[in-house]
Design a protein around this ligand. Structure first.
Ligand code: APR
Ligand code: ZN
Length: 235
């Protein structure tokens, strides 16, 4: 990916559109037949022939410059996500700060999983300084409640979820830096979009067991981050 400009990244995932439909671009809300509503730094000129593109897999169409502006707003990792249907092009990564993920099996069963032992995952992230991939570069961030302990049944499906969580960790997608919806604190490490169970034998927070749908929900949330079973096989 190194050396690829934002324009080149976006172009890689686009097909040409000769005659734009009479619809608005849902990024800038301006007609696809006219110019992009995006102007200013980072948005270079574009020829008429390339002003609209179709995302190759999902087919949604946008102004080329709108997609470039959207890409520049993200963490510029070479991936692109369709803002309409969330299809991911390339490999999506996040901005989780440096830290450690460990796990081991403990010889106890979780409520609702009487036939399985338990996988305990321990996440540890120290406080630090935000980088260019965060919303306030150069500003410190706090890290509350670490190490955070999380639980999965040590069943076939639980182990599959673990494998995918390891991929999510490598892609920096388990945590993010932002404002905690629980405490209201800003510039702090927060869970990203993948739910974890942090209670073992009780369910006082709603983040405990039993919860029959939990593993399927997590698999769905991982899929929304672009992580599927194939990823666990190749990595
Ligand atoms: N356990 C697991 N997930 C949680 C918890 C929790 N105790 N609290 C919130 N979440 C989920 C929320 O449902 C939401 O989807 O994390 C997501 C982000 O919520 P925030 O409150 O912004 O996240 P964060 O500040 O990281 O979490 C708050 O979780 O593990 C604990 O020690 C941590 O007390 C802190 C709490
Ligand atoms: Zn547009």
């Amino acid at each position: 990916r190194k050396g690829r400009t934002p324009e080149e990244v976006v172009k890689k995932y686009l097909q040409k559109v000769k005659n734009p439909p009479e619809e608005d671009c849902t990024i800038c809300m301006e007609p696809l037949g006219g110019p992009s509503g995006y102007k200013g730094p980072g948005v270079g000129p574009v020829s008429k022939a390339e002003s609209v593109g179709r995302l190759a897999q999902c087919g949604h169409q946008y102004h080329f410059q709108c997609l470039v502006a959207m890409y520049n707003n993200g963490n510029k990792d070479g991936s692109l996500q369709c803002p309409t249907c969330k299809t991911i092009y390339g490999v999506k990564t996040g901005n989780q700060p440096a830290g450690k993920m460990e796990y081991h099996v403990i010889p106890h069963s979780l409520p609702g999983h009487p036939d399985s032992k338990t996988i305990r995952i321990i996440y540890n992230i120290p406080p630090g300084i935000q980088g260019p991939e965060h919303s306030n570069p150069g500003k410190p961030f706090t890290a509350r409640g670490f190490p955070r302990h999380c639980y999965l049944p040590d069943s076939e499906k639980g182990r599959k979820v673990l494998r995918l969580l390891l991929v999510a960790w490598d892609r920096r997608l388990i945590f993010s830096v932002g404002t905690s919806s629980t405490t209201g604190e800003s510039d702090t490490v927060i869970w990203n979009e993948v739910h974890h169970k942090t209670e073992f034998g009780s369910n006082l927070t709603g983040h405990g067991f039993p919860d029959p749908g939990h593993l399927d929900n997590v698999l769905e949330e991982l899929r929304a981050q672009g992580i599927t079973e194939e990823d666990a096989l190749v990595e």
